[in-house]
Design a protein around this ligand. Structure first.
Ligand SMILES: Nc1ncnc2c1ncn2[C@@H]1O[C@H](COP(=O)(O)OP(=O)(O)OP(=O)(O)O)[C@@H](O)[C@H]1O
Length: 371
């Protein structure tokens, strides 16, 4: 799909920015520099269950943060706290610098309008057309009809669905429904787009196209996005930073390339299991039977591409790559290789060389008697 880079698109969030800098829409201490979202020591317990157990994190303006966790980790509770549907037991939650934890329902309404949401099951009104669905938040805002129509047309252009303006949701594919959901979420010019498992009901190809659209909107409009997901592929596809939540705690937080190349927490390693190369057991068994030593080698950076040939030259013998390769995440080359050394070569020499070049090396599986 091609999205036209129009003045319209640049205008999609412009009013929100004007409101933000004028400060007339908020009575907060926040400034343009304040994080869009900031949580400090947020606790929410249900009886003995700590759904949120001291969460602190912030999302900068223009950032895409992925929050990932298994079922029951606390993701839904976090979302409910962010939009004021749930109140934390303690801690503070600031949206654009304004603490929302003590606000009344009436006071929460303008804060909620600053948060656009997209959902796993799209939540479109089946009796309304695509354009009417997109216009709905604007109708609630009291925007005149002609203006609403114009804005809905601009938003449908942005998500590549102009041709479907008068169709009903039942006539759309899942990916098209989610595009409508995105257009609707952007209608009121939010400061934050909150994505709640928005691609979980979509096939991998459609997921990729929705993630590309979100990334495009983030890049072109500078929109801040918080993605809640249980899929690492989603984080990999679009996020700048990832926070891993487990039993109500953030157990890991960092740039996506860094967490993907060197996960520290057990939960992160396990969530990454499916997409981070690990030695297939059958290969490990076969190599053990043949008496070969397998090394796992991790290296981030341009040297990842030249490391193995350089090692081969250092040892004066060929290296066998049995599994893995180079991935490209956020412009970084992330190398993860499983290699075996030729008989008679020095394992300590190989490890010393690789370590000297910044690689993290482990012996995986069988370790043969090397020189
Ligand atoms: N209203 C509630 N009453 C009692 N326990 C709750 C309530 N809401 C959440 N919990 C518990 O808090 C923990 C976190 O739940 P939460 O729904 O936030 O997790 P989640 O990460 O969103 O899970 P999923 O991905 O399955 O939706 C779970 O143990 C859940 O059983």
């Amino acid at each position: 799909m091609t999205i036209t880079a129009s003045a319209i698109a640049r205008n999609v969030l412009a009013d929100a920015d004007r409101r933000e800098t004028s400060g007339t829409d908020r009575r907060a201490e926040g400034t343009a520099e304040a994080p869009v979202v900031r949580l400090d020591g947020v606790f929410r317990h249900f009886g003995e269950t700590a759904a949120l157990d001291g969460i602190s994190l912030s999302v900068r303006k223009g950032e895409v943060l992925g929050i990932i966790g298994r079922s029951g980790a606390g993701k839904s509770t976090l979302i409910r706290c962010l939009n004021g549907l749930e109140r934390p037991d303690r801690g503070s939650i600031k949206i654009e610098g304004r603490d929302i934890t003590g606000l009344s329902e009436a006071e929460l309404q303008p804060v909620r309008r600053r948060i656009g949401m997209i959902f796993q099951h799209f939540n479109l009104l089946s009796a309304k057309t695509v354009a009417e669905n997109v216009m709905l938040p604007l109708k609630i805002e009291g925007m005149p009809r002609a203006e609403r129509r114009k804005r809905a047309a601009d938003l449908l252009d942005l998500v590549g669905l102009s041709a479907k303006a008068d169709a009903y949701p039942s006539a759309l594919s899942g990916g098209q429904k989610q595009r409508v959901g995105i257009a609707r979420a952007l209608a009121a010019r939010p400061a934050l787009l909150l994505s709640d498992e928005a691609t979980s009901a979509l096939d991998p190809e459609t997921t990729a196209s929705i993630l590309a659209l979100l990334k495009d909107i983030n890049t072109r409009l500078g929109l801040t996005i918080l993605l809640i997901t249980h899929e690492m592929e989603v984080v990999r596809g679009v996020a700048d930073r990832v926070a891993v939540i487990d039993a109500g705690k953030i157990v890991e937080d960092g740039p996506v390339w860094s967490v993907f190349s060197d996960p520290k927490a057990a939960t992160t390693k396990s969530l990454l299991g499916a997409i981070r190369p690990s030695l297939p057991p059958a290969i490990g068994t076969a190599l053990a039977a043949s008496g070969e030593t397998v090394l796992s080698v991790d290296l981030v950076g341009p040297e990842a591409a030249t490391l193995l040939p350089a090692l081969s030259i250092e040892l004066g013998a060929p290296i066998r790559l049995v599994h893995g390769g180079i991935d490209h995440i956020q412009g970084q080359s992330v190398g993860r290789f499983f290699i075996t050394l030729a008989p008679g070569t020095s394992l300590p020499q190989a490890i010393a060389f690789l370590t000297r070049h910044g690689a993290h090396v482990e012996t995986a599986g069988h370790v043969a008697d090397h020189v």
